[in-house]
Write a protein that binds this ligand. Structure first.
Ligand code: ISE
Length: 335
């Protein structure tokens, strides 16, 4: 059967996923879309046969032909959409963050636990990026020896007008929180944030850039430069340092052009370009697993754990202190 997907949220990411399901991947179709902005939803659904358009996420999930849900609305809108999808027992791919705060994430975990089976996958796309997967393997198979350090750089050309200092952690560094747990197979135990003088080119009042430090349960230390107004493009890099060697990913890719006395490579301007392949692989894997009644990828527990790390990160931002991360007991469903 072809999986009928309701896409909730038709902003930049939602529209990109609608395009992906409609014309890039196989095995699924966009059966419904929902967005508070009806014009935007109509524009995204235009030309997609049999796709109904809604302003209410619940109506989209209840529409004919819907078998699964992809949530791509803003973070604060995720919890009600997730609870609605779970109430309908619909499999969900939820864009990161699962929820911006851990209390909401725990409510989602509880709803899933009550159903007694996993239905939620969180869209941490780094887990589907080929280079990240190669790095994870090098760490897992011992090629690099015992991991000691990760050096991460996460740069955006510019931040949207609604971006806040807190969002540097909850919306951006949440990726490195998940990538650290997944790459090292360890929990993050504390967070510290160092704040250099803000860039004068960042919007007024935004504390950008910042240096975020994680300590992990296995004794590794991770530094993350988050800089969401670097100006020149979108850049995500990671270097792992182990006892036996190092490996780095996210360097320049693509053809070198020599022209007008200069040589260089183009830098992607945003995540939809830098991680296009990872998103394709992520959504295809979700569709394939869902059609077989399986759930793979990052779980709601992983989304919750990342939210706890971010909560500590925001407290660390405000206090300048090293804040411990405390996780709830892990329900057996996520063992
Ligand atoms: C955005 O929401 C993303 O998820 C991007 O991957 C990240 O680079 C950006 O900072 C976030 O705002």
């Amino acid at each position: 059967m072809t999986l009928g997907v309701a896409v909730i949220g038709t902003g930049r990411m939602g529209a990109d996923h609608v395009r992906r399901i409609d014309s890039v991947i196989g095995g699924a179709r966009v059966a419904a879309v929902a967005d508070l902005d009806a014009d935007r939803a109509n524009a995204v659904a235009a030309g997609i046969e049999g796709c109904s358009v809604h302003t209410d996420p619940a109506a989209a999930m209840a529409a004919p032909g819907v078998d699964a849900v992809l949530i791509a609305s803003s973070g604060p809108a995720h919890e009600p959409a997730l609870l609605e999808a779970l109430a309908h027992r619909l499999p969900v791919l939820c864009e990161k963050p699962l929820t911006p705060d851990p209390a909401a994430a725990l409510r989602v975990l509880e709803a899933e636990r009550r159903l007694g089976r996993r239905l939620v996958q969180v869209g941490f796309m780094r887990r589907h990026d080929r280079e990240y997967q190669q790095l994870q393997l090098l760490l897992e198979n011992g090629t690099l020896g015992h991991p000691l350090l990760l050096h991460c750089r996460h740069r955006n050309a510019s931040s949207p007008s609604f971006f806040t200092t807190e969002m540097l952690i909850r919306d951006s560094v949440v990726h490195e929180a998940d990538a650290t747990r997944w790459l090292l197979g360890q929990e993050i135990t504390s967070v510290q944030v160092l704040r250099p003088r803000p860039s004068s080119l960042a919007p007024q009042g935004l504390g950008d850039p910042q240096l975020v430090l994680f300590e992990t349960s296995g004794g590794a230390v991770v530094d993350v430069e988050i800089f969401v107004n670097c100006g020149f493009g979108y850049e995500v890099r990671c270097e792992a340092v182990g006892e036996r060697g190092t490996a780095s990913i996210g360097g320049a890719d693509g053809p070198v052009t020599r022209s007008a006395g200069r040589a260089g490579r183009a830098i992607p301007q945003d995540f939809t370009v830098r991680f296009a392949d990872a998103y394709d692989r992520e959504v295809q894997a979700w569709v394939d697993a869902t059609r077989q009644g399986r759930v793979t990828g990052a779980s709601a527990w992983d989304g919750y754990a990342a939210a706890e790390v971010c909560e500590a990160g925001v407290r660390a931002q405000r206090s300048g202190e090293r804040i411990p991360v405390q996780l709830a007991d892990r329900p057996a469903l996520y063992a």
